[in-house]
Design a protein around this ligand. Structure first.
Ligand code: UD1
Ligand code: CA
Length: 464
């Protein structure tokens, strides 16, 4: 069957009180509209037409970059209601389609929409002129209410237009419908703004359908079709999406200590037997192997973690790679383009940027390693700094295999420490060190016998 979906996303979203268009507010790492578009594609829509208006440039460029040619947009310059929005999309819809083509219409602010529900809507569309989803809540305040006569849907009344008694109706309109294109072509141009908001209501089409060919409906779980109008609803629905994502990982063999206390974004991959502790945030294109531990409070954005890695608490990494069985943290900071080798160790208060650390190399405490090329089995002592920046350019520090850097050393780049070389504690290295050599540069120590006692006596005398 030929199925086209229309997503209404032109509204301002006044109640969000936001500069950002409502449908671009993210849930689990994807904008609101993304979830709706994806549900439509997953349900088998061949085309998706998104009606844009407020913040259209941002919405259009997001959709283009993410979905490419699968998505078309049409512009609704002035937002004169949901009926008007579909009317504006009509010419694009009519292109190359027969009157009996099926058009799914959904709102862009219903991100929990399930493709399964859309599939059952498509099935229902065979039974009548129009099909729609409905759902039931103990209190449906704000939503359009479903009017029935002898059990059959006969119309929808917006909350603002309802009488006291009608407001007690618990069955509401989630704004997910299936129409024949021909029905829209005939009836949309006849809508009138006879309502509290002076808008063209798409919902008025339901009464027309009921009078001509009937309305088929499917009552679905309200959790999947609640809409977002403000930021309180945004967080409620995001929590729901995040819990679903966490549950999927759990069922795939990932231990997640407390699924309500982690934030795993859509698209993140995690291997089996990995343990995710509380307060962990995994974003972007993060991929975690199997048998890893991601301990309390780690935040990873676009990071690849190979199998068997131990990430100790409160480590933060971005756009980096961590090799098999490496150990990181606690309190490690990996900035973009860091690459940690197999079985390497990076410890507390160590910051890396654009640095490769080879196999089994160690930087266990208090260091800044920027723009470094570090070989295998290198030991980097506490307090080591790669002085990579001269105020104009960044320079590379190279440590060859087996080098040993004593604590509190500064390596002034560009500089190379040769294979197996030693750098004595407290040395400022400004010239490259040959393989196998020792570099030491510090003032010679002098011990003055008895000086401390004499000094103390003198100072005591002064303080009287
Ligand atoms: C709408 C329905 C209501 C339903 C509710 C479900 C109507 C008249 N009412 O109400 O029955 O219970 O959704 O969430 O349809 N939009 C446009 N152009 C416009 C107006 C709206 O694109 O001119 C878009 C909005 O961006 C939004 C969607 O349509 O994504 C719904 O509009 P909104 O104003 O949120 O409608 P509700 O009052 O929630
Ligand atoms: Ca809404």
């Amino acid at each position: 069957m030929n199925v086209t979906a229309v997503v209404l996303a032109a509204g301002k979203g006044t109640r969000m009180k936001s500069e950002l268009p409502k449908v671009l507010h993210p849930l689990a790492g994807r904008p609101m509209v993304h979830w709706v578009v994806r549900a439509a594609l997953d349900a088998g829509a061949q085309r998706v037409v998104v009606v844009v208006g407020h913040g259209r440039d941002k919405v259009e460029s997001y959709l283009r970059d993410t979905f490419g040619a699968q998505i078309e947009t049409v512009v609704q310059e002035e937002q004169k209601g949901t009926g008007h929005a579909v009317l504006v999309a009509l010419p694009a819809l009519s292109k190359g389609l027969e009157g009996n083509a099926l058009v799914l219409v959904t709102a862009g602010d219903t991100p929990c929409l399930r493709s399964d529900d859309l599939r059952s809507l498509i099935a229902a569309s065979r039974e009548a002129e129009i099909a729609m989803l409905t759902a039931t809540l103990p209190d449906a305040t704000g939503y359009g209410r479903i009017l029935r006569d002898k059990g059959v849907v006969v119309g929808i009344k917006e909350h603002k237009d309802c009488s006291e008694r009608e407001r007690e109706i618990k069955e509401f309109n989630p704004a997910v419908y299936a129409f024949r294109l021909g029905f829209l072509q005939k009836n949309l141009p006849e809508l009138k703004p006879n309502n509290a908001q002076g808008e063209l209501y798409l919902t008025d089409l339901i009464a027309r359908g009921a009078a001509n060919g009937g309305v088929a409906d499917r009552n679905v779980d309200p959790a999947s079709c609640e809409g977002i109008n403000d930021r309180a609803q945004l967080s409620t629905l995001e929590a729901r999406i995040l819990e679903d994502i966490a549950r999927k990982h759990q069922l795939n063999g990932v231990t997640i200590r407390d699924p309500r206390a982690v934030e795993i974004h859509d698209g993140v991959e995690i291997g089996g037997e990995t343990v995710i502790e509380r307060g962990v945030v995994l974003r972007g294109k993060t991929r975690i192997g199997s048998g890893c531990t991601v301990d309390v409070g780690c935040v990873l954005t676009d990071v690849t973690v190979e199998d068997g890695v131990l990430l100790r608490p409160y480590s933060v990494a971005t756009e980096s790679r961590i090799g098999p069985r490496a150990q990181i943290g606690p309190f490690t900071h990996l900035r973009p383009a860091s690459d940690i080798g197999e079985e390497a160790h990076v410890g507390n208060f160590v910051e890396l940027k654009k640095t490769r650390l080879g196999r089994k190399s160690k930087a266990n405490h208090l260091a800044y390693l920027g723009d470094g090329m570090v070989g295998e089995n290198v030991n980097i002592g506490a307090g080591t700094i790669f002085c990579n920046y001269d105020g104009f350019k960044k320079h590379v520090t190279t440590l060859e295999d087996g080098a040993f850097i004593g604590s509190d050393s500064q390596l002034v780049a560009p500089v190379t420490i040769g294979k197996g070389a030693y750098v004595g504690t407290g040395t400022t290295v400004t010239r490259s060190v040959p393989a196998g050599a020792l570099a030491i540069g510090r003032a010679k120590q002098e011990n003055k016998e008895g000086y401390a006692d004499r000094l103390r006596a003198r100072l005591k005398g002064q303080s009287k």
